[in-house]
Write a protein that binds this ligand. Structure first.
Ligand SMILES: Cc1cc2nc3c(=O)[nH]c(=O)nc-3n(C[C@H](O)[C@H](O)[C@H](O)COP(=O)(O)O)c2cc1C
Length: 281
């Protein structure tokens, strides 16, 4: 049986105490009454230390979410093999002063070498609970104002979070280039006209789907879902674009031995001046 580290160290601690007690006991000369008493105390300390050794070895393990029965501390995954990153380097003199232009340059390189370069993790946080939630979405547009994603803003968790807290973060991972981009910013809904323009580029099925996903609303009949003619389908109120106006954008290029290149662009307001800092990996 393999003992978990916590228990091995308990055994060693109690074992050391037992050994010290036994040494003391064995050095006692012929016993006077007082010495006999001390001898007895030492012996009982030794016995109780040995009990602790046995208890430590046989005590049930702590119950944890990974180990609900408290029967094993085996990790389900432990430290997958380390990759070395050697595909590129990033230095200040090659950075564009505008992070949107810099992002655009990296994005085009990612599109040329990566499947779904536009996929990103969008994280939002609910207030006052502070609970954070993340999901994959697609970046559909990039303008000088920011990054635009499209979604349903009625019933989704992100909609719920954004109603209480407009801050969000995005992260892109382009494995083939060993690059990560992180964006933190403030969200705003884009205009209905802009959303309509994107909506019109979607297939008919997806446009109807956006209406159909108004989940749990009472509808008169199936015709409501299927009765869309050739006429223009209006973008639903609750569906549309969300622009993340960046306050911080970080470009991360993997390097060997975890000595990655990291540069952040930061500003205090969404129309402020950018400052660029190199960050420790
Ligand atoms: C590859 C991929 C792309 C996705 N793209 C979008 C998207 O562009 N917009 C969107 O609302 N959901 C998208 N989803 C679904 C979201 O991950 C998520 O399930 C949905 O937005 C509801 O999340 P929420 O309730 O946490 O807000 C995508 C999922 C995957 C796996």
């Amino acid at each position: 049986m393999r003992l978990p580290l916590k228990r091995i160290s308990a055994v060693v601690r109690h074992g050391n105490l037992a050994a010290r007690t036994a040494t003391t006991t064995s050095r006692l000369p012929q016993a006077t009454p007082i010495q006999a008493q001390q001898h007895q105390r030492s012996a009982s300390r030794l016995a109780s230390a040995l009990h602790k050794v046995v208890d430590a070895m046989t005590a049930p393990l702590e119950k944890t979410p990974l180990n609900p029965a408290g029967t094993t501390e085996e990790k389900l995954i432990f430290a997958p093999p380390e990759d070395q990153y050697r595909k590129g380097a990033l230095d200040r003199e090659h950075l564009d002063p505008d992070p949107v232009i810099q992002f655009h340059k990296w994005f085009k390189e990612a599109q040329a070498s990566t499947d779904q370069a536009e996929a990103l993790t969008l994280s939002t946080a609910h207030l006052p609970s502070g609970r954070v939630s993340s999901r994959i979405v697609y970046m559909k547009e990039l303008t000088h104002l920011g990054f635009v994603v499209y979604s349903n803003f009625a019933t989704s968790q992100k909609a719920e979070d954004l109603r209480t807290n407009p801050h969000a973060s995005l992260s892109f991972w382009w494995k083939e280039l060993e690059r990560q981009v992180r964006v933190e910013g403030v969200c705003e809904r884009i205009s209905k006209e802009e959303s309509q323009a994107y909506f019109d580029t979607r297939g008919r099925g997806s446009r109807i789907g956006a209406w159909a996903s108004k989940q749990s609303q009472v509808i008169e009949s199936r015709e409501v879902l299927e009765g869309w003619g050739k006429e223009k389908i209006e973008v639903p109120e609750y569906w549309g674009g969300l622009r993340i106006r960046p306050l911080r954008v970080e470009f991360w290029q993997g390097r060997e031995s975890r000595l990655h290149d990291r540069f952040e662009y930061v500003r205090d307001t969404v129309d402020g001046e950018w400052r660029i800092n190199r960050l420790s990996p």
